[in-house]
Write a protein of this length. Sequence first.
Length: 182
Amino acid sequence: MTRGESVYRYDLGPVLDLVRVPLEGGRFLHWLSVQDGRPGVVVIATDGSRVLLQKQWREAVGASVWQFPRGFGEAVAGTDALTDAARELQEETGIAGARLRVVGRVFPDPGILATEVVVVEALVALDGLQLSTGDVQERIEDFDVVSVAGLDSWIRDGQLVDGITLAALQVWRAGRSGPPAG
């Protein structure tokens, strides 16, 4: 748990804590801690020139959103971002056995979320891929394989608007021209 006092906790996955810290003048600073502060992961499944996107219903915005597969860190001793990434990729797409590497990290909204998301590249063969949502209970509606160059038009046209996906894409693009961040 992060510093501060938990004023609300939801334990039925994902674990959410609303934390507050008193400030001068009787005011409070609030933020949300997810999964007791364990990092989440976002997975960029790629063959080098194309990436895999999934379309998923997101109740908070009342819309289906194109995004990279992602999820929360697990409360299992000894797991790390690569283990979490492999699990999320298999749960959300059915892809197993990808070569994985950490390319960086992002803090989606450090003003209100005490959450780090690790950006992981998964090298996969995207041709002829048979995708499935496996055991996941989330509402994944569709998949698409998009050229890396084509992503810019998806962004310009407002098709790709998910903040974590956009941040991860930038981290991944920056990492392709230099050594990976770890």
